[in-house]
Ligand binder design. Structure first.
Ligand code: G6Q
Length: 548
């Protein structure tokens, strides 16, 4: 995009506005009736995934105009710049190179003229050796017992990815190992995650890029106290703590040996770090081979994103469809609905990936944006959501585009497999119902008393994407996460915002530091906040435990 023309001044944007006036009046019923090949026309495949986007309020012109916009906004150059290692995270002066973490080709990737691939491979080997030692029971705790419990202590990007992935790939995990996650600074989280564990067979992974994050450092200190209270020997720390970080000095200061530290680099953003050493709990759970299969899946989607024309490019298409609804239909939220219990944490993970990346209101020239950017992303696994919030999707007053994610193959357990046709029937039925609804005449013909007809009528015309893979494997899982990462990238480029910083989380952190001092200081210091904040601080100073 040229400096002089902002997004909404582009002729390609205006063309979409004009086109929207026509499309806003079209119903999906009519679009499907007109074109018997519509499903085929609007389906694309990559890296084990099939995206059917035919149940969207689009025609061939919509796709053409959206692709034109992507070109006008410089998406091809932006993709090339990311893979080249350019400094895309300008406000933090860093390249954005999560694609290097799963670069399975022999192509070098340069940061400041230096190939980062040898270091990436070295850390993967270090993780591999460590994961094998734990899985084989060779890594012993301080008292000589094998490790059975792994607790990851981290938050945000150092928690959500591995926590979501361990759940997603549970079927592939070693059932003898318990992998748990502690993130919240609420001490109840640590307490509940450890109360039934024996410290002698517990290993803590302290995962923090900066190794200064308040919550993580507090949980790590508590973990240390918990361990030493039972094992009563400082030397135990070396056998029960490892670190994943970029900050060696802080790691050593905590008492973790450098050889027990797994490194990553400042060019890996927290919410894009699952393929780095942040994935260590996952590698321990599923083993190095499965972890590498996951990296292969990520890489396959990376190549697809970098090399495929936009008309067949899954992340680009999904990004553009999001732009279509957010910027032209005024949608403010986007639902992600996996029809897989294993993907229960996917919406929470994508909430961070998407909302922390594209929840911005300043453009890349420091000006306020004059268009909507990232939506509220939310969701729950199907079929649970159907019995909860789907009412609003079907008959509410807001337009909510939704992604339905499903898998063809049944669960390998024969009893669980018997559920699969029912799961799939619901998966398919929902997108059909959302698109086509039910007319008043159809309701009347049921027959239905006239007074109830308006309540039982479904307008339809509610857009969905269907994402389908053969099975949830490490490979398809990796490809799915990369798909969403690149969708987010696509949208950030078009909205002309910096997707890889997160200044919006700073202010609250700074204020919390000040308020903590005010809560704990004796006597009460002068409070100079507003009257609400002052009153809350006074009310909560010196509160003691109340539970018996
Ligand atoms: C992610 C964010 C943020 C970060 C956490 C944890 O993109 O930067 O969620 O991951 O604040 O930070 P540390 O890893 O430094 O503890």
């Amino acid at each position: 995009m040229s400096d002089s023309l902002r997004l909404i001044e582009q002729p390609e944007w205006n063309a979409l506005q004009t086109h929207h006036r026509t499309m806003a009046l079209c119903h999906l019923r009519a679009l499907f009736a007109k074109d018997p090949h519509r499903a085929e026309r609007f389906t694309a495949e990559a890296a084990g995934w099939r995206l059917d986007y035919s149940k969207n309020r689009i025609n061939a012109d919509t796709v053409r105009l959206l692709v034109n916009l992507a070109h006008a906004c410089g998406l091809p150059n932006a993709i090339a710049a990311m893979f080249r290692g350019d400094v895309l995270n300008v406000t933090e002066n860093r390249p954005v190179l999560h694609v290097a973490l799963r670069n399975r080709s022999n192509t070098p990737i340069l940061v400041n003229g230096r190939d980062v691939m040898p270091e990436v491979r070295t850390v993967l080997q270090q993780m591999n050796a460590f994961a094998q030692a734990i899985r084989r029971g060779e890594w012993k705790g301080h008292t000589g017992q094998a490790i059975r419990n792994i607790l990851n202590i981290g938050i945000g990007g150092s928690d959500l990815g591995p926590a979501m992935a361990c759940e997603a790939l549970r079927l592939y995990a070693d059932p003898h190992l318990r992998i748990r996650f502690v993130s919240n600074v609420d001490g109840a989280h640590f307490y509940e995650q450890t109360r039934d564990l024996d410290p002698a067979e517990t290993l803590f992974i302290v995962a923090s890029k900066t190794f200064t994050t308040q919550e993580t450092m507090m949980n790590a200190a508590t973990a240390r106290a918990w361990l030493l209270a039972r094992l009563r020997d400082e030397a135990a720390v070396a056998r029960h703590f490892v670190a994943v970080s970029t900050a060696e000095r802080e790691v050593i200061r905590f008492g973790i040996r450098p050889e027990n530290m797994f490194r990553f680099w400042d060019w890996v953003g927290g919410r894009y770090s699952l393929c780095s050493a942040i994935g260590l709990p996952l590698m321990i759970a599923i083993g190095p081979d499965r972890f590498e299969e996951m990296l292969d899946g990520f890489h396959a989607m990376d190549r697809h994103f970098a090399e495929t024309p936009f008309e067949q490019n899954l992340p680009v298409l999904m990004g553009l469809l999001g732009i279509w609804y957010i910027n032209f239909f005024g949608a403010q939220t986007h639902a992600v609905l996996p029809y897989s219990q294993y993907l229960a944490r996917l919406p929470a993970y994508l909430q961070q990936a998407d909302m922390e990346s594209n929840g911005k209101s300043t453009d890349r020239h420091g000006r306020p944006v004059a268009w909507s950017t990232g939506p509220v992303l939310w969701g729950e696994p199907g079929t649970n959501g159907q019995h909860a919030f789907f009412q609003l999707l079907h008959q509410g007053t807001v337009l909510i585009p939704a992604d339905f994610i499903g898998f063809a193959a049944p669960h390998p357990d024969p009893l669980a497999a018997r559920h699969h046709p029912t799961l799939l029937a619901n998966f398919i039925a929902q997108t059909e119902a959302l698109a086509f609804g039910k007319t008043a005449d159809e309701v009347r013909a049921e027959p239905t008393p006239e007074a109830l007809v308006p309540y039982k009528t479904f307008e339809g015309n509610r857009p969905t994407n269907t994402l389908l893979a053969d099975a949830l494997t490490p490979r398809t899982f990796g490809a799915l996460i990369a798909l969403y990462e690149h969708k987010i990238f696509t949208q950030g480029v078009i909205w002309d915002i910096y997707s890889f910083d997160q200044w919006g989380v700073q202010l609250g952190k700074v204020l919390a530091g000040r308020i903590l001092r005010e809560l704990e200081a004796e006597p009460e210091p002068p409070l100079r906040h507003d009257s609400s904040t002052n009153a809350l601080i006074r009310r909560l100073r010196g509160v003691r435990p109340q539970h018996s």
